[in-house]
Design a binder for this molecule. Structure first.
Ligand code: BGC
Length: 768
């Protein structure tokens, strides 16, 4: 764990130059706007430890999978959102000395991520080897208003140096991915052009043929006046730059304002890219940096209005939750149903920027409550559009009759993980995709979605489960063999309770939805039945499986068993493992982990979290008391589920402990891996821990309910929730729960089990 980020309610601050933490800070201070994003690399040259990262959403490369022994069914490639052209670059030379913090004496350094207004500011004072001292202030952002663009204002003031100062703003597409499987470069140059005040390169991805035009346009002032300087244009392979030679004068600031854009063939025909780029650059440079920045602040203000969580009395927790919400909003805006949420968003290469079950299981609740419902709908449509590929995936594995197995890792619908043993058998992901449909409809009431899209996906998923189980003569029950549950510290197990549970739930839900659509929209139902050749007799098998499914259970302990044979394992608890042996995934052999009882992340408890209404409180408590002491939480997705269950059980102290673990996971680098990127999808889990955990928020029978408690350290906490056209502010303080209805329609909500009517534009207080 690190402790170098300063606490501030609205800012993330790093004070002092810490090259040893630079790659961590590059992740934490990342910027994004849903369409593009980048790590917090420096504008000027830096020869120290750095992971350069610029990403354009949806532009990926299928990197050939690397495995030792190839087997049928392995995915051929691992798709990656790739490192794209670096558009932030501004090299600075003082005479013939390059400004490079790794080679300077740095007497002051501050990096500040302003979450309220959505920009990154860096200031430093540095002295070169020859003694030239400068002060720099660099402000930059990825615009959420003009979402293909970004802007930088880089001001350098010589403190003791007069002489030639060469400023070289550039675009560099000669970039690599650190995680490239075969050290390949993923881009070819298609074209480029440079002007005296800018230029662009257009790159084409190998294999996939995406093209992205990345360009810059800049202005330079000295002592606040335009400069008349010589410009030398530089063009190299995948690189354009303009070198501007100025005469530096002590105390006179030189300001470079750089406008940049990424225009992708995902959104325009290839032949139009350069023209669109030029028009975009012209438009934003005319708008100007200050106006862009003020529009950015106004747009972020709107976002915060709908999804801020305010914690009184604990600045560190406040900073943590805002950081999580900020990063989620930087990653996904829900404008485009071809995009999704990679576990690291735009903050690093790990997980390839691809889509995992994380989206449906963890992110959907956040976006449902904090954004327009079309945002979650687009996440569902993403999977709907990939149904054909999911059916192909299942066919490749031998399934028939339109059964779909959604990929565990995907970019375009095809399975593309590169870790067969663990990832492949995590077929439970199909369940999360069905559950997200349920969650969406439960929250929004948009039942039309079921007839239009949902049922088709549900039938295909139900078909998969009905073929994946087999009848055990021995047990006289259906069983599901050879799976990996959410707990990846067990592979190829039989009868994972969670998987068996969600499989049956999926089949039942598919049948319920089919009944509903048949009754409410018979024409659509008939059309769909024809399209997918759905025979009602298929439901006979679904029912038979649901009725005769085997669920491992231990009578003595009265707990659901994670899988067959779980109790044969040595049951030494996590608290008894020496601290020096944790985290297990860094200290133990894989063999030892697989044989142990230790649980990477919520597994049985994930099922209890999803389907809590099926279980009485004693059952939930017994399972929580049994599994929590065996869980090592070595996935960032784990503590949030435990927090919500602990809160439900009234274990406020543990709920708070789990919350802290997720909320500052990246800021404090708990898992020693933030340098790879931030844990974006688990950030939605942090939100869950507050809203569903401390706030006790649920949706039942079309109604919102809350059961809040106040963590002991806090004076109050409050959050906004959008629900079916009504915006509410819920504040939990010592005096009780205050609900403000910020909309023009009345809403009935359940507080501590009792219905309360909150009139339009009104508020009420319920004592705790
Ligand atoms: C977790 C998975 C998750 C993946 C991506 C893994 O460590 O165990 O459940 O889908 O990370 O976040």
């Amino acid at each position: 764990m690190k402790d170098y980020i300063q606490v501030d309610e609205w800012k993330i601050i790093e004070e002092g130059f810490k090259p040893e933490y630079n790659t961590i800070s590059e992740s934490i201070f990342s910027l994004g706007n849903g369409r593009m994003g980048q790590r917090a690399n420096f504008e000027e040259a830096y020869s120290g430890e750095t992971l350069s990262g610029n990403y354009v959403a949806g532009v990926y490369y299928p990197d050939k999978t690397r495995v030792g022994w190839w087997k049928n069914g392995y995915p051929e490639y691992f798709a990656k959102v790739i490192n794209a052209a670096n558009w932030i670059g501004i090299n600075i030379a003082l005479g013939d000395e390059q400004l490079d913090l790794a080679k300077c004496e740095v007497s002051a350094f501050r990096r500040e991520l302003n979450m309220k207004e959505g920009y990154l500011k860096r200031t430093f004072r540095a002295k070169t080897a020859r003694g030239a001292e400068v002060e720099v202030e660099a402000i930059r952002f990825c615009s959420i208003v003009d979402d293909e663009t970004g802007a930088i204002k880089y001001t350098i003031t010589p403190l003791n140096y007069s002489g030639p100062l060469i400023v070289t703003p550039f675009i560099n597409g000669d970039v690599v991915n650190k995680d490239s499987n075969y050290d390949e470069k993923f881009w070819d140059e298609a074209e480029k052009e440079s002007w005296h005040d800018g230029g662009y390169i257009q790159l084409r991805t190998k294999k996939t043929g995406f093209e992205v035009a990345t360009g810059q346009k800049f202005t330079i002032t000295q002592n606040n006046a335009p400069v008349d300087a010589t410009v030398e244009r530089v063009e190299k392979d995948k690189y354009v730059a303009s070198s501007v030679t100025l005469q530096a004068v002590v105390g006179q600031p030189i300001a470079i304002t750089k406008f940049a854009a990424n225009i992708s063939s995902q959104n325009y025909p290839v032949e139009a890219l350069s023209e669109v780029l030029k028009t975009t650059l012209k438009a934003i440079s005319l708008k100007g940096f200050e106006k862009m920045l003020s529009e950015q602040a106004a747009a972020w203000e709107q976002k915060w209005l709908h999804n801020d969580i305010i914690i009184e009395g604990d600045a560190s927790a406040q900073q943590g939750i805002r950081f999580n919400i900020f990063q989620l909003n930087q990653t996904y805006t829900g404008e485009d149903d071809r995009l999704n949420i990679g576990p690291k968003g735009f903050t690093g290469e790990k997980y390839g920027g691809s889509t995992y079950w994380d989206t449906e299981a963890y992110c959907v609740p956040f976006y449902l409550a904090t954004a327009d419902q079309k945002v979650t709908r687009n996440l569902l449509l993403y999977r709907y559009k990939q149904l054909g590929k999911a059916i192909e995936n299942a066919q490749l594995l031998g399934f028939k009759n339109g059964a779909a197995l959604y990929p565990m890792v995907t970019m375009d619908g095809a399975e593309c993980h590169n870790e067969w043993e663990i990832t492949f058998e995590e077929i439970h992901r199909n369940g999360a995709i069905a559950h997200a449909i349920f969650d969406y409809v439960r929250y929004t009431g948009d039942e039309k979605y079921l007839a239009d899209y949902g049922l088709e996906v549900l039938i295909a998923i139900a078909r998969f489960w009905s073929q994946r189980v087999n009848w055990s003569d021995d047990k006289q029950q259906y069983v599901m063999l050879g799976v990996t549950g959410p707990n990846e510290y067990e592979n190829n197990v039989n009868n994972n309770w969670y998987t068996n549970t969600i499989a049956c739930w999926c089949m039942q839900y598919a049948m319920d939805v089919a009944e509903k659509v048949k009754a409410t929209d018979p024409a659509k139902y008939d059309a769909l039945v024809n399209k997918v050749n759905f025979k009602e007799k298929e439901t006979t098998r679904f029912r038979d499986i649901i009725e005769k499914m085997y669920f491992p259970f231990d009578e003595k302990l009265a707990v659901f068993l994670q899988q067959d044979g779980y109790l044969d394992k040595d049951q030494t608890l996590v608290k008894d493992i020496p601290a020096s042996e944790r985290p297990l995934n860094q200290k133990w052999s894989w063999d030892r982990i697989l044989r142990s009882c230790y649980i990477k992340q919520a597994d049985v408890l994930q099922g209890i979290y999803f389907f809590e209404d099926r279980y009485d409180i004693d059952t939930i408590r017994r399972n929580y008391d049994f599994y929590e002491p065996r869980t090592v939480h070595e996935s960032s997705l784990s503590p949030c589920v435990h927090a919500v269950i602990a809160a439900k059980l009234g274990d406020e102290a543990r709920a708070y402990e789990f919350y802290l673990r997720t909320s500052r996971l990246d800021l404090d680098d708990y898992n020693n891996d933030t340098e790879d990127g931030c844990h974006i999808t688990s950030m939605a889990g942090t939100w869950m821990a507050v809203v569903q955990g401390f706030g006790g928020m649920r949706v039942r029978h079309g109604k919102l309910s809350f059961n809040p408690f106040l963590p002991a350290k806090w004076k109050s906490f409050s959050f906004h929730i959008g629900f079916r056209g009504t915006l509410l502010n819920i504040r939990m303080g010592k005096e009780g729960v205050q609900i403000k209805n910020l909309s023009g329609n009345e809403l009935t909500v359940t507080i501590y089990g009792k219905d309360q009517v909150v009139k339009a534009n009104n508020e009420l207080l319920v004592e705790a």
